[in-house]
Design a protein around this ligand. Structure first.
Ligand code: KIV
Ligand code: ZN
Length: 553
């Protein structure tokens, strides 16, 4: 079939040769200023935008996580947003140290309305945007570069004028050249500089210049170049907060944000779990937890990420995909046997090395740090190896298989799991294990046993079993009760050579707990056969284990 994909329609994104590029050698050492735009950019991309009540719940969530700057809406464009802004101001829902941010275009009536919505607020960021890319200027606004600058300047002047009405409010001004990443580099600086001249920022009272990748059109290194170049070219860098706001059209929104931080950005706008127009905004939970994984305090609290996810899903109606970083259902789960084995070893090593830096294969952070558990880290399906099977039996059923038995059962369980064609639980595995070893009594069954110590080393035993429903009395002598029982059983099965390995432990805590005994038996034809027995008395558990091995043989 002939492909209908027409590649000739596209061209490479133009790059600029950046002299003395710095960002590749930089490192991030501290958390940026965060601004959550979930209630504006995130909200405007929902099938069903949030109600006032949902926005309130979400706003409280962002405050609890630790956001100090929250874009709460677009009050001139939406009645719900306007009412919501009034609601949180009038009801004193905004913590003292949190600034609410509102978005507004460069239109006088809309600016007036936006500023009205803010009356009574203590700390606000008024965010003016004006689209600047050639496509926006040509197709949407039909303006020249000069006219674009005039409009943005006029918009900021109206904002400065009307915001005089906000008496007692601490106001920060923000400007976004929307579509910055697609805008000519020099023009982006010119329009921002013109707006700055209106605001006249100072070192104490900075202006926020937010440089959005409104649509992601290049690899993230190009965005980083744009940010580094902008930071060098724009005058009065010390009077500016450089903010980045990336979307995820090419799937690298988070990477673009991180490289932009290397390139000099101070502030990051984004949403929880990356909700936003089209492929979404940059995911702030991922950016923050990536910093955390590098030992940098993100100053955002994701210690109960699943509760945060639940509120997010309830309010937005969106679902976090199972493989989403940190919060997806499957991200702390390993299906492959080799991964399971490595994780098990890594987690076991941590028991002794709790103060060492985290270094567990396949687990980028300790799931506990974000309120998740490793209980379900290892799930078992047809792709799993013996390691995962043993881990589940050990962690969830307190069954500690000896190494060789792990291999023996791994093969048996592996075939059954393959036939089931699905993931199996620890209960499934325990059922398979019981059937294969513990309940193996169709041929011979244990009835009772007693032994008499003859001297320090010798002991006689009487063992009663049923074979095919008929009781048989067996006697034996040996250097201990188990050896005596083996000798008794040898009278019945002369091809039983001996026990070659044995282990046991109690199945639960406490004096009343049952013992589980694992025995490895050798047979005259060279075969090795494992058996398992359970009883309150550990000698009886071992004899049952020998009988289980005989039955399996
Ligand atoms: O993506 C974008 O450019 C925006 C601006 C309004 C900041 O959301
Ligand atoms: Zn956006």
């Amino acid at each position: 079939m002939k492909s209908t994909m027409n590649v000739s329609k596209y061209r490479p994104f133009p790059t600029v040769k950046l002299e003395n590029r710095q960002w590749p050698d930089n490192v991030i050492t501290k958390a940026p200023i965060w601004c959550g735009v979930c209630l504006r950019d995130g909200n405007q991309s929902l099938y069903k935008p949030m109600t006032e009540e949902e926005k309130e719940k979400y706003f409280r969530l962002l405050c609890d996580i630790g956001f100090k700057e929250i874009e709460v809406g677009f009050p001139s464009a939406s009645v719900t947003d306007y009412e919501f802004v009034r609601r949180i101001i009038e009801n004193n829902f905004i913590p003292e140290d949190v600034a609410i941010q509102v978005l507004v275009p460069a239109r006088e009536d809309l600016i007036k309305k936006t500023i009205e919505s803010l009356v009574g607020a203590k700390k606000v960021i008024i965010h003016l945007y004006y689209p600047t890319s050639p496509a926006q200027r040509r197709v949407v606004l039909k303006v020249t570069k000069e006219q674009a600058i005039e409009s943005a300047v006029r918009g900021m002047k109206w904002i400065m004028e009307y915001s005089k009405k906000l008496v007692g409010t601490d106001i920060t001004y923000q400007f976004s050249p929307e579509s910055f990443s697609c805008t000519e580099w020099g023009f982006a600086v010119n329009i921002c500089w013109a707006v700055m001249e209106v605001v006249k920022p100072t070192v104490e009272h900075k202006i926020i210049l937010n440089l959005p990748a409104t649509m992601e059109v290049s690899t993230p290194n190009v965005y980083a170049d744009q940010i580094e170049w902008f930071c060098k070219e724009i005058p009065s860098r010390d009077k500016l907060i450089i903010s980045v706001h990336t979307h995820n059209d090419q799937g690298t929104g988070v990477a673009a944000t991180e490289l932009a931080l290397l390139a000099g950005a101070d502030r990051v706008e984004g949403t929880l779990f990356g909700n936003g127009e089209r492929t979404g905004n940059t995911d702030l939970a991922t950016v923050a937890l990536n910093l955390f994984s590098q030992g940098i305090n993100p100053k955002l609290d994701f210690s109960n990420i699943m509760a945060i996810r639940k509120t997010y899903e309830l309010c937005t109606g969106m679902k976090v995909p199972p493989r989403h970083p940190y919060s997806g259902d499957l991200v702390f789960t390993a299906f492959s046997g080799t991964h399971q084995d490595a994780i098990r070893k890594g987690l076991n090593e941590r028991i002794e090395k709790t103060n060492e830096p985290w270094d567990v294969p396949y687990l980028p952070i300790d799931p506990k740090d974000i309120g998740r558990t490793y209980e379900k880290v290892i799930r078992v399906n047809g792709q799993s190896g013996k390691g995962g099977i043993a881990y589940l039996l050990e962690s969830e059923c307190a069954i500690h298989l000896p190494k060789d038995l792990e291999i023996d059962f791994g093969k048996i369980a592996g075939k059954q799991i393959d036939a089931l064609c699905r993931e199996v639980s620890s209960e499934d595995l325990k059922g398979m294990f019981w059937k294969e070893y513990v309940e193996r009594n169709s041929y011979m069954q244990f009835v009772r046993y007693n032994d008499i110590e003859i001297d320090d080393v010798t002991c006689d035993c009487n063992l009663v079993v049923t074979v095919g429903g008929i009781e048989r009395f067996l006697t034996g002598t040996g250097n201990g009760p188990i050896n005596a029982a083996v000798n008794a059983l040898k009278k019945f099965r002369s091809d039983l050579v001996d026990i070659v390995d044995q282990a046991e432990h109690s199945l639960r805590e406490g004096s009343n707990a049952e013992a589980i005994s694992y025995v490895k038996t050798a047979w005259s034809d060279g075969e090795i056969c494992w058996g398992v027995g359970i009883d309150k008395n550990s000698t009886r558990a071992s004899i049952k284990a020998i009988i289980s091995a005989m039955n399996r043989k």
